[in-house]
Design a protein around this ligand. Structure first.
Ligand code: SF4
Ligand code: SF4
Length: 334
């Protein structure tokens, strides 16, 4: 692995990049009834598979999903997209002076790992990655309304990117239903909430968020956690694509990490495991393109845009989640 001066996606930029509108992502479109959403997927699974006790789709498997989501829902509702103390005994504190930003970055990373993060990286916030408008996330975070413009105040210069690795054996169950998806969200959003609160008690501002507010993957690449793969996911050196992501925006003075080149761009040119292992035929097995496959994709970068319409159509047929594009990737190692 080598550190590089600019992220590896940069050499594939072909056109002007625009801020992504969250109202166009798959979950927002599911909210509008254009695509199947998690609710319809699980209702189908309960009716067609859990009722017959099909292994991998049992009532207990779906109960694990709902158990994990309870924590995730509460955490995101209370903390995501908000700069406000979560403590039951709010205390106002002065700003702790920061004379050594490198040391402060290490302190924040150590705290994040202590709260449960597997990987942590820090980047300067590129506002191009902040959504232009609230979509699905507005319903989760309950801090704005659908369609409101998204803005992060100017003094939030940095983002702390957090990854939590899902259990290898759980991921290998795919395409059977994988409740570790939900556990991943619960963990990674809890860590973000704790890191934000930690920063606030140093006297600085912090906004935690899960998939809401901004695009996690380009920010995680900027923060040196990995690279973009053919499967449209972040590929990390340590866990491959088997991670869930969250982040914290802050004005705490920090030293940033450099992006990395772990060889994914060349590797994915030759490897097509995820495309061949995708039961929904949603991943391209050919050349990169900068053309969107539907309104959920962004344009202006040569990559392999995933067709989320086909992906979610498979989830619905499956009656459960799918993680084949994580499972079959050679970078997903135990
Ligand atoms: S989740 Fe499954 S259906 Fe969707 S892109 Fe990945 S492998 Fe394909
Ligand atoms: S399976 Fe192969 S082509 Fe797909 S993301 Fe992983 S390394 Fe890249």
């Amino acid at each position: 692995m080598k550190s590089v001066s600019e992220p590896t996606y940069k050499r594939f930029i072909t056109g002007p990049l625009e801020r992504y509108d969250e109202r166009n992502n798959a979950w927002s479109r599911a909210d509008r009834g254009e695509l199947p959403g998690p609710r319809s997927v699980m209702e189908k699974g309960l009716k067609t598979k859990a009722a017959k006790n099909v292994p991998g789709y049992t009532r207990e498997d779906f109960a694990l999903t709902f158990g994990a989501r309870a924590v995730d829902t509460l955490v995101r509702k209370m903390t995501s997209g908000k700069d406000r103390q979560a403590a039951r005994w709010p205390i106002s504190v002065d700003k702790m002076p920061v004379s050594d930003t490198a040391k402060m970055s290490e302190t924040v990373k150590k705290a994040a790992r202590w709260f449960g993060a597997d990987l942590v990286g820090i980047c300067e916030l590129n506002r191009l990655w902040v959504y232009s408008h609230w979509g699905h996330g507005a319903e989760i975070a309950e801090v704005a309304k659908w369609g409101d413009p998204m803005e992060i105040p100017k003094d939030y210069r940095y983002a702390v990117l957090i990854a939590w690795a899902m259990d290898y054996d759980d991921v290998m169950r795919s395409p059977a239903h994988t409740p570790c998806t939900d556990l991943g969200y619960a963990k990674v959003n809890s860590v973000a909430a704790s890191v934000a609160e930690f920063i606030r008690f140093l006297g600085y501002q912090a906004i935690p968020s899960g998939n809401e507010v901004a695009l996690n993957i380009p920010m995680a690449i900027d923060a040196g956690l990995g690279e973009l793969g053919r499967n449209g996911l972040l590929i990390t050196r340590e866990y491959g694509p088997r991670v869930r992501l969250s982040k914290v925006f802050t004005d705490l003075p920090l030293e940033t990490d450099k992006p990395v080149d772990i060889g994914i761009q060349d590797f994915c040119e030759k490897c097509t495991e995820c495309a061949r292992g995708c039961p929904g035929r949603a991943i391209l097995d050919g050349e990169r393109t900068d053309q969107p496959r539907n309104i959920s994709n962004s344009s202006g970068v040569l990559k392999w845009p995933t067709d989320t319409e086909k992906c979610l159509a498979f989830w619905e047929r499956n009656g459960g989640y799918c993680m084949n594009c994580i499972k079959v990737c050679p970078w997903n190692r135990p």
